[in-house]
Design a protein around this ligand. Structure first.
Ligand SMILES: [Zn+2]
Length: 282
């Protein structure tokens, strides 16, 4: 069975990562008739309520339920047709006690997690997969794990000899991408923070990707309002210190008009930059 409809699968760690990292492409490709699907490793149980104006929809609501309902709203805004959770526990930020929880994603059995993702890939048959780079974008243990599981699942899914949890038909996605932020942009942002008297805690080289390694630049300028609407759905997570709330309005178009990716597998080659994740497949 082929998959007649082009399908994009984004594999993330927590609710809100879909909007922060890939909100532009999810909204854009859904509007172009591509089926968009999101997989999460965890339900974001370790998230803090970062927004003092946040009012929980119900008394004593567990964090995963709060984030689950925020997620449903965001996915509706982005036009995502389906989502799955691998069912692990949020590992929390690096170095926190939640890292040690045996149910946490960063402690998951890599083969088991891969088999779960392969089952999903074989069910929905995506052409393009998007996830984080080997540094998990910014080093969060769940983001690093998301990367490891997705890279393995990308290869195993197309292997008819790999059974995973079911005996489903093998499906080989055509391309695998990693999200990227241009290094120069991070350096600029850090310089602005230093000028304000702040001390950035991270190394820009760790967070950013040098220009020559970025293979793919997607124009999502028409979808900035949709991306921000989706971000706003994650009310509990969008505190006053959030970068998205602090960025001066005149910089929003420049900052969010494009999303940047590194093609890791199935790439077309070095000639110029791709402007479409489905380039070469269409
Ligand atoms: Zn995350």
């Amino acid at each position: 069975m082929e998959n007649d409809q082009f399908t994009l699968l984004a594999v993330h760690a927590h609710p809100d990562d879909e909007s922060i990292g890939t909100g532009g492409i999810l909204a854009k490709y859904a509007s172009l008739g591509v089926k968009t699907v999101v997989v999460y490793g965890t339900r974001g149980e370790e998230g803090d309520i970062l927004n003092p104006e946040f009012v929980a929809p119900g008394p004593d609501m567990p964090m995963e339920n709060i984030r689950g309902s925020e997620l449903e709203n965001a996915l509706k805004v982005l036009g995502v047709s389906k989502h799955f959770c691998l069912g692990y526990r949020d590992s929390g930020m690096v170095g926190t006690p939640a890292n040690e929880n045996p149910a946490s994603f960063n402690r998951a059995d890599l083969e088991e997690a891969t088999a779960k993702l392969v089952d999903i890939i074989r069910e929905i048959r995506p052409h393009v997969l998007v996830t984080y780079n080997e540094r998990g974008g910014y080093g969060h243990p769940d983001h690093v794990m998301t990367h490891r599981v997705t890279v393995l699942a990308f290869d195993k899914s197309g292997d008819p000899g790999y059974k995973g949890f079911d005996n489903g038909n093998a499906w080989q996605p055509s391309k695998l991408y990693y999200t990227a932020t241009p290094l120069e942009r991070i350096k600029k942002r850090f310089q602005m923070a230093i000028d304000r008297g702040e001390k950035p805690r991270m190394n820009p080289e760790f967070l950013g990707t040098p220009e020559h390694l970025i293979t793919t630049v997607i124009d999502v300028s028409q979808f900035i309002p949709t991306k921000f609407e989706a971000l706003a759905c994650h009310t509990s997570q969008m505190g006053p210190n959030s970068f998205f709330r602090q960025l001066p309005p005149d910089q929003i178009a420049d900052y969010f008009g494009h999303e940047y990716y590194v093609c890791a597998k199935g790439c077309l080659g070095p000639e110029g930059k791709e402007t479409d994740l489905f380039e070469g497949i269409r």
